[in-house]
Write a protein that binds this ligand. Sequence first.
Ligand SMILES: Cc1ncc(COP(=O)(O)O)c(C=O)c1O
Length: 392
Amino acid sequence: MNARLTSDVLHALLAQAGDTPFYAIGRDAVDGRIATLRALLPATLQLCFAVKANPLPALLQHLATRVDGADVSSAGELTRALAAGFAADDIGFTGPGKRDAELSAAIDAGVRICAESTGEIERIAGHCARLGRTARVALRANPDLAITGSRVRMSGDSFFGIASEDLPDAIALLRSRGLPFAGLHYYCASRMLDAAEIVALHDRCTDEALAICARAGVALAWLNLGGGFGVPVAADERALDFAPVAENLHMLDARLRAAHPDARLALEPGRYLVAEAGHYICRVIDRKTMRGRTWLIVDGGAHQHLQATLQPDRLQPANFPMTLHPHAATGERERVSIAGPLCAPFDVLARDIELPRARPGDLLVVHCSGAYGASASPVNFLGHPPPAEFLF
Ligand SMILES: Cc1ncc(COP(=O)(O)O)c(C=O)c1O
């Protein structure tokens, strides 16, 4: 799905942006990914979008009519999701440190709050009493699982959610405060590319959720198995084969409904829905050869696309898929490394990749850039203007 841009499209996008660097997200590519998933997933599964992956208002508006809900993690994201047209009923609010004003806003809006501690349950109960309202409270589980296939692990020895072994007590606390139990939420790892790992994870979480609800003697209305599905960005990564994951979700959905007939299974991917639809376009400013290595210096970099540059889990940049659009194609190719404009050693977009020979002024397109781009980057660092971002 990682579609390349034709030169005509690229120049039309550049005219729209006014200048480089900028992000452009393809509507058709987003729709294509959703259609593929819908064809594979159980029809009743609630497919939500994790807003943190890309909170661009136009994208949220587009998605509000195509997916079944949104996962938000701040009052700001909540406001954006509601403004984009997501119904409060279909919004879940996760996050380990929700401030009192955010809890009040969530209760006021009527969204499902995924509580991440017993202290948070008490605060929600306090706000409900003060506001004369009730709240839909799900609990975020933190299972103690070994997850080997992901790049980022968010369960086990981490600060997310409530330890699974403590969940029956947390459910009892919720009920003692007069709050309805609105389900269980899992989000254990991200950037997972191995279908077998994901299947095993979903199995473990579902087994655990069913056991917890049986032990607590409660009905399970909603089981959210999270997101975390990866897209390949480095040469050593392969695309996730989603079919076995979906096939397993059909079986889990049947098991869930056999035990809890009114239960709804949910997912909340971010990256997987939008990453491959997005492109980050920058321009070559300079080129130089030092000690045998040719560097292209471009006007985009870590301040706007942090995840495409050096990462803590890699000594080298991932070398995101990139295409160079030379003014005058000569057919000549060269091996280059690519750095951004920051005075920072991590501002490296690629190391030792092969591209057509580049000259200053040429456009460089970094693909796979629709998720965790500008909004997940230190855009104020060095005072460059923020990049434009739009749908096409
Ligand atoms: C609670 C929660 N849900 C969903 C997501 C989306 O993850 P991804 O974009 O990897 O699918 C995240 C990402 O950190 C998250 O923390």
